[in-house]
Design a protein around this ligand. Sequence first.
Ligand code: SF4
Length: 110
Amino acid sequence: MSQDIDTKRRSFLKTTALGVAAVPFAGAMLQSQVARADMPRLEEDDDIAQSLDYVHDAADASDHAQYQDGSTCANCSLWQGGDEQWGGCDIIPGHNVNADGWCNAWVPAG
Ligand code: SF4
């Protein structure tokens, strides 16, 4: 009987600890989604875009020496996601980039 109570107590404590530990992460994820929605879109003539040869449409980079067929922001490991067309990028803080875009820092996802 007391072993059953100990088992239930341990399970309760484990579940509670996991739940409490997850709260800050859920808050940070929600805050990150809100921040992305509020971020302006990166313009191609912004300094950081120019320095990375960023374009909204990867097809416009097809003649770039570093461009690889099929590469876009959406399949870059630095893509943070967002809505279906615009999302964050790890190396371009404070702006959203186009899912169909590309820059010379592209790194294959996966
Ligand atoms: S690093 Fe990746 S996600 Fe960011 S702009 Fe360049 S290609 Fe797009």
